[in-house]
Design a protein around this ligand. Structure first.
Ligand code: HEM
Length: 257
């Protein structure tokens, strides 16, 4: 039985190194005093994956043209098997995704995890936040009912008031001078191809940086603040190590007197 499981895994590992990569990602060391709040990033990732899966299912039934968009939504809700559930998960999940992103960002801010050397990951996070909100904005038009139409009018007019670029931006978003079928196609394409692709690429970069830089200890961590005396190889115990003189966690060396 074990051999039957190991054979394909070994085959893949020998040719790609993928299994080792996944093992490295899952079993890497993190500080011993991390906190539940540090799961908010993974919760955001889960919410994004739910959006991606339910979005693919919705796209199988949705029709992005003004004459049939609304009726295709009604069809999904009333006739497609479990369509109401998938649509409800996608609609409510959008808010969950945005709320989790803000909570995760708040955690990163309160823990000071945006500071050196994680500034770049904060910048990637800001791009993810902007793209997440653009995803919400473009998705809102898709049912093409009165609420969707007028909310989009307000959103585009708001963008139109931006200095210098505003009118150009409004024109690009509308795909012309008026909201029309072209606007719907444009929003659909941005909503299901451009932004999800960008978000996936940025999440990849975000996670690469998390693994490369390691996870921050909470601000109350005595060890990370250098307040916990750490015994070092042959040197006097009680010396302050931590942010300024990092020691290898779990090991008895690395610092100096
Ligand atoms: C699609 C949205 C996002 C996903 C899926 C995501 C995912 C993650 C994950 C899984 C982690 C590691 C675990 C954790 O600290 O919770 C993380 C860390 C981090 N995230 Fe995000 N994140 C997102 C958005 C953001 C935003 C909006 C910001 C800030 C503007 C941000 C900044 C950071 C930083 C600086 C870290 C490193 C924290 C540390 O080392 O303690 N992320 N993110």
């Amino acid at each position: 039985m074990q051999a039957a499981i190991n054979y394909p895994l070994d085959w893949l590992e020998e040719r790609s190194g993928l299994i080792g990569g996944v093992r490295y990602f899952l079993f890497r060391k993190v500080p011993g005093d991390i906190n539940w709040m540090q799961t908010l990033g993974s919760a955001t990732l889960t919410a994004f994956l739910v959006q991606a899966i339910t979005g693919v299912i919705l796209a199988m039934y949705y029709k992005p043209d003004p004459a049939s968009a609304y009726s295709s939504i009604v069809n999904i809700t009333d006739h497609v098997t479990l369509g109401w559930l998938v649509r409800g998960m996608h609609r409510w999940g959008a808010s969950v995704f945005i709320i989790l992103m803000f909570l995760h960002m708040g955690r990163v801010f309160l823990f000071g995890a945006y500071k050196y050397p994680r500034e770049l990951n904060w910048i990637v996070g800001v791009l993810l936040l902007v793209m997440g909100m653009m995803e919400g904005f473009t998705g809102y038009l898709l049912p093409f009912d009165q609420t969707a139409y007028w909310a989009t009018v307000v959103g585009i007019n708001l963008n139109g008031t931006a200095p210098f670029l505003g009118p150009f931006l409004a024109q690009v978003l509308r795909s012309g001078g008026e909201i029309s079928g072209d606007t719907l196609s444009r929003f659909y394409s941005i909503h299901m191809l451009l932004i999800p692709g960008g978000i996936m690429a940025l999440i990849g970069l975000h996670l690469y940086l998390v693994v490369r830089l390691g996870v921050t200890s909470p601000p109350w961590s005595k060890e990370a603040a250098g307040m916990e005396p750490v015994e070092t190889n042959g040197h006097r115990p009680g010396v302050r190590v931590g942010l300024t003189r990092p020691v290898q966690r779990g090991a008895n060396g690395g610092g100096e007197a």
